[in-house]
Each structure stands twice: as C-alpha cells, then as structure tokens.
Design a protein around this ligand. Structure first.
Ligand code: MOS
Length: 685
C-alpha cells in the first residue's frame, strides 16, 4: 500500500454523491424505473376516534384503471408488531385522525387519487380527546422515557432547598408540536418476486426496515431487501419503518404487480410522527452568588392510544449543572392523536429550551451575567451518576463563543438598545447532546484494480455519511480517497445501526476502522469487522458533546416583528471528521432551532383532532430571509474514550439551546419573557 502524507479525515472533502445529486442522476426511493408499476393512495381517517364499519366503492364511479381497494375487511392478515402503527388495515378501531384506513391501488397515480375521493367510508364516530393540558386527569408517570431512562430521578431534599433558598425561579415553558418535514416525503416502491420482497424505501435504517416489515409480513428479514441509496432528509421520522412501507408491500401482493406509494406532504403531519408538545415547569433555587442549590424540572407531554412514546424531555437537565438537591420527571397522557415520535434532538431540544430560558431568568433575578451564572454551576463529574465526563469543554465554548460573538460590553438590562425602528438584544444558551455509538459490521475488499470496496448497511440521509466513511477508510488503509469505494444504503450489506441519535459516523466509522485495520494487518483480500463487543465494553455514562449558542435579534418596536441578525454556535464535539459537512450539520440544526423559536407550531384543533396547518404554506419553516448571519465553529477537542475516531455526534446539537438563545435575546431586546413558543409578534405587543 502506498503511503499518503495528507490525512483524509479532517479535510473539507465535498460530498462524493454531490455531482449525482445536482445533476439528477442520484435515485431516491420513488424514482426507480420498475416495469408494470401500479400506484397507491392512502385514505386517511376523517375522525379522531371511532370504528370503520365499511368501505363502499360506488360501481357507477368505478374506474377501469382501479385495481384494488384494501381495508380491514379484505386486507391480508399481518403478524403482530412491536409497532402497532405497522399493523395497517387490520382492525376497525380508529385511534387518530389521519390514520390509514384504506389503500387504493390503480394503474396511474391520478386514478388512485380520483378513486380515493369517491370511495365512501362508513364510520361510527366516538367522542375524542385531543387536548394536552397540565392538569389532564389522564396524566400518568411512564415506567421509562426514551430510549431507556428512568422517568423520574430525585436526590437530596428538594423541598427543603426551595424553602431555604434566598433566590428562586418558578416558571412554566411550553413548546408546541413540531413536524419533521423532510424535503423528500416518505415513499416506497414494493416489488415481490415469489416470496421475496424488494423495497425501494426512504428511511434512516435499511436493516431495521427490512426486519420490521418482514416481521409483520411473517418473512425473515433476509427475504426483505431494502434499497435506500439516497435520502432527502428524515430528522428522525424515517428512523423506523413507517406505514407506507407495509402498505406498499400489501398492495403489491394483492394486485400482483409492483406498487409505488408516495405520501403526500399533508399526510406526513399525521402518519410519520412529530415532536410532542411539552408543558415544562422548571424551578431553580440559588444562593445570592448564583450557586444553584436545587433544580426541579418536570415535563408534561402527550402520546397516542396506540403506542407509548415518552419523550425524554428533562434528561439533559440531569447532567447540565451542579446542584445538591435535584429532581426531574415526566408525565404523559394518552390522547386520540397521532403518535409522537423521533424528531431531531428528541428530549434535548424542548428540554434545554426550558432549562436554558429559566437560567436566563435566574441570571436576571440575581443581577448576574448569564455566562457567569453557568460558570458558577459547572459540575466536576456528571451530577446524577457521579461518573467523570470523558471530556467536557462547555465553559470553553461559552467563553470562546462570547469572545467571537462580542458579548463583553453587553448591558445586562433589557430594552436599552434601540436602532431606528428596532429594539436590539442578545442572548446565550448552552447546548448538549449525548455521544453514542452502536454496534455495526463492515466489510472491506481489495479489488483487482487497486481500489478498495467498503460495505456497510448505513444510509446517508443528507449528512455526508458516505463521504466521511470514505475518509475514515482511506486513512486506515493508507490510500487516497479516490481509491476507496463505499457502498451503503442496502439492507443486504453488513449490518449497520440507524442513522439517528447523532451516532452514525461513530458507529459505522468504528466498524469501518476495524475492518480496514483487519485487512491491513492480515494482508488478506477481504476482512469483516463487527464492533459489537468493543462497543458494549464501553462506559456509556459521562459522554456528551457541548456547545454554546449566541443570538442577536431585532424586534420592530411597532409591529413586534422579530429578525435574527446574528446566530452563532461554538461547539466542542471531539474530532471533526469533515469541517465542510460538519458546518452544514451545525447550521442546519441552528436553522431548525430558529424555526422552533420563531415559526414552527403544529396546531391541533381539539374539536376535530386534526392538524390545522398541515402543509408548508401554513406550517412555517425558516427561510434565508429570516436570518442575516448564521455561523458555527468548534474547539479542537480531543477525546480518546468515545470511539476510535475520537468524534462526537454533531447532527442534533445545533437545535439544542439555539431556540433558548433566541428567546433570551428577544427578552433582552424587549423586556418581554415569552414562555410559550413560538415567539410570535402578537406575544410581544
Ligand atoms: Mo434522530 S431524531 O435521532 O434521527
């Protein structure tokens, strides 16, 4: 093998599939040319609760292009699943508005949609409850919150500490339902060949989708082949198989030809998950010098009748700041609503909004700079577990970020800075995200032409994963990136973990590193490495990425319009594998944070149980004009304990704390504390 002087890891390599994407050559799930393809359309429930008693296809409107109408009265039977939402068309029970009640399959997409519009559903409607309140009688404490944390933690004497504290804050913050909205909607083409099933499917985990779809169809995972070469975003909503994959497979089986199902944008709002709304009460108790004596953070959130999804909203509070007396909790209520699911930084994004805004309120109460307040409460070890941090450079992010942002001369008083029609203010908030790795397997082969093929069933959801794995393999093999060909996006490749939890690069990179080392050391032509044992030996606690977000906003004194003039993130995330793709991850997370602070809000009408604003015309996401400057940078952090690359996950931390920095800046500009997101102009006047 030839020695190369330049290391690939750390270089700003452009996306390998970039040219294919911009020229249209890259294929997304719905774009594969398949012969004899039929098209499906989902009929969704128009009621939030009840039963589907019948489906009537009026023979006078029946279309020659119509192939099948499937519903629970005629659909093939499925096996039980861990995920009740994959048991599509199996029962009369309607659990939420928007639930898939029937599948129309036709020769053309137009015919499928046309038929869906004239098919009559016979429904018995029942009274429903779709309104989350802090005192809902159905509230209960779940056994665990996601992915496997205790729902409640308590240590010390919280009540005593609050009674004795000279300064306290007791505030309630609310975050609305948020929707993932990837550019590429959820889509599947299902092709049967005998008892084998091929799914071209847009998802974040091809082997997981193969296993889940196989399980409901009664097929072993290896009979289901999931191809996911390119994905136009997922943000958590494609982390597990969604109903579209099962519906397409059922439709194809019944009509005996391949079936394509692309969920329309409006269906995503109810069929693929969303971030639960939260009502968070945060209490902080402190000495006059700002030393925290107690932290109490409790979140109220919703789940569906079908499935308990318990967002881990207050988990980040368990390790963020030191305090001898502490409590965190979660309470849930089952409503007649779609099931909330994973959305970028589940738990951390809403929870850190509450905590970091409450810290700003405490700083105000104490007359202390908000950065200094955080400095005074820096823990030496993880506060609840007592485990040392593998690395924690949170204060360095705050200090270096403050320097770069220009924080020093800030007047601590709100509503002091006026520039023409605008009130101007600045705000800061901390960021954190757990550093995780999951078992994966990779295979590397030396090819006769001198190149190397690296194979792992990972998927690139737009993060740059394919590029980063190429860089990692090139360095381990000691060759240039041009000699490495990475194959991902296929469930038949060696088993890989989900592109989620900001753990993709760490997990797959670990396996790729192991396989490349094994090849080099053995001198053979092929090597396979399974990281399971090594990953499971690792200490799990005490591993987190950190960051600090700084925002400057302008608020129109007459209209209340908010403009973010500057948004800056300073991170400590271990080794940055590719600065170009990393910067994109940070900035995209911060952009979603801006949306969470100012624009995004899923409005569920309690009268109908329906999302009122279920499209991008009315569910507002930020555009370029909503921010004037958005930048990210990072410290040179070394952490050998996390994984062989020394990298921490970066896909989600940008959305953690950035909303709080903006909300705190709005207070600094105007003197108004908005505790109910998003900050809209009507809340400022
Ligand atoms: Mo992310 S919500 O862990 O895909």
């Amino acid at each position: 093998m030839t020695a190369v002087t330049e290391r690939a890891v750390g270089a700003p390599l452009g996306r390998i599939e970039g040219p294919a994407k911009v020229t249209g050559a890259a294929r997304y799930a719905a774009e594969y040319p398949v012969e004899n393809l039929a098209h499906a359309w989902v009929i969704q429930s128009p009621v939030a609760r009840g039963t589907l008693d019948g489906v009537v296809v009026d023979p006078t409107t029946e279309d020659k292009d119509l192939l099948a109408v499937l519903w629970h009265g005629n659909a093939p039977r499925l096996e039980e699943s861990d995920d009740p939402e994959l048991a599509v068309l199996q029962s009369a029970r309607i659990s939420y508005r928007g639930q898939a009640l029937a599948l129309v399959v036709a020769r053309t997409p137009e015919a499928a949609r046309r038929a869906a519009q004239v098919i009559r559903l016979e429904i018995t409607e029942e009274p429903h409850d779709a309104l989350l309140t802090a005192d809902h009688p159905g509230l209960y404490t779940p056994e665990q919150v996601n992915p496997a944390f205790p729902a409640v933690t308590e240590s010390g004497d919280v009540a005593g500490a609050f009674a004795a504290a000279p300064v306290t804050v007791d505030v309630t913050y609310r975050t609305p339902a948020l929707h993932n909205n990837p550019m590429e909607p959820h889509a599947t083409i299902a092709v049967w060949s005998g008892d084998d099933l091929v799914l071209y499917d847009s998802n974040q985990h091809p082997p997981g989708v193969a296993a889940a779809v196989g399980a409901v169809l009664g097929l072993p995972a290896e009979r289901v082949h999931v191809i996911t070469e390119h994905v136009g975003g997922g943000f958590g909503s494609k982390g597990t198989a969604r109903p579209n994959a099962v519906l397409a497979a059922l439709g194809a089986r019944v009509v005996g030809r391949p079936v394509k199902l692309v969920l329309p944008r409006q269906a995503l709002f109810s069929m693929v998950g969303y971030r639960t709304p939260t009502i968070q009460r945060i209490r902080l108790a402190a000495e006059r010098d700002g030393t925290l004596t107690a932290i109490d953070h409790e979140a109220v959130e919703q789940t569906s009748r079908l499935y308990e999804f318990a967002e881990q909203t207050t988990v980040a509070t368990r390790h963020m700041y030191a305090a001898p007396h502490r409590r965190t909790g979660h309470r849930l209520v089952r409503l007649d609503v779609p099931t909330p699911r994973w959305m970028r930084a589940p738990g951390e994004a809403p929870g850190m909004l509450g905590l970091e805004c409450a810290m700003d309120e405490l700083a105000e109460r104490l007359g202390l700079d908000p950065i200094e307040l955080r400095v005074r409460n820096e823990p030496r070890v993880e506060p609840e577990s007592g485990v040392p941090f593998s690395s924690r450079h949170y204060l360095d992010c705050l200090r270096e970020g403050a320097e770069r942002f220009g924080w020093a001369d800030r007047d601590p008083q709100p509503r002091r800075r006026r520039e023409g029609a605008w009130w101007v203010g600045t705000g800061v908030a901390g960021a954190t995200y757990p550093t995780m790795a999951q078992p994966s397997t990779a295979r590397v082969r030396a090819l006769p032409d001198g190149r190397y093929e690296v194979a792992v069933a990972a998927t690139d959801i737009g993060t740059g994963a394919r590029t980063i794995l190429t860089q990692i393999a090139a360095d381990e093999l000691g060759v240039g990136v041009g000699r490495v060909h990475v194959r991902i996006g296929d469930s038949t490749l060696p088993m890989a973990s989900v592109a989620g939890g900001s753990s993709g690069s760490a997990s797959w990179g670990w396996a790729v590193t192991g396989a490349c080392r094994a090849l080099r050391e053995s001198g053979s032509e092929e090597a396979v490495y399974d990281s399971t044992e090594e990953v499971q030996r690792q200490e799990k606690e005490g591993k987190h990425a950190y960051g600090a977000h700084f925002a400057e906003v302008r608020v129109d004194a007459d209209t209340g319009e908010v403009r973010v003039s500057r948004l800056f993130g300073m991170y400590a995330v271990g080794r940055v594998l590719n600065p170009r793709t990393a910067r994109s991850q940070f900035i995209s997370g911060m952009t979603m944070g801006l949306g969470m602070a100012l624009h995004e809000e899923g409005v569920l009408d309690p009268a109908t149980g329906d999302w009122v604003n279920h499209d991008l015309a009315e569910y507002h996401v930020p555009a370029h004009a909503d921010v004037e400057s958005i930048e990210a940078d990072w410290l040179d952090e070394r952490d050998r304990a996390v994984n062989p690359m020394g990298s921490k996950g970066i896909g989600e931390i940008g959305i953690v704390g950035s909303p709080a920095a903006i909300v705190n800046a709005v207070w600094h500009a105007t003197g108004v504390r908005v505790r109910d997101l998003p900050v809209r102009l009507d809340k400022l006047l």
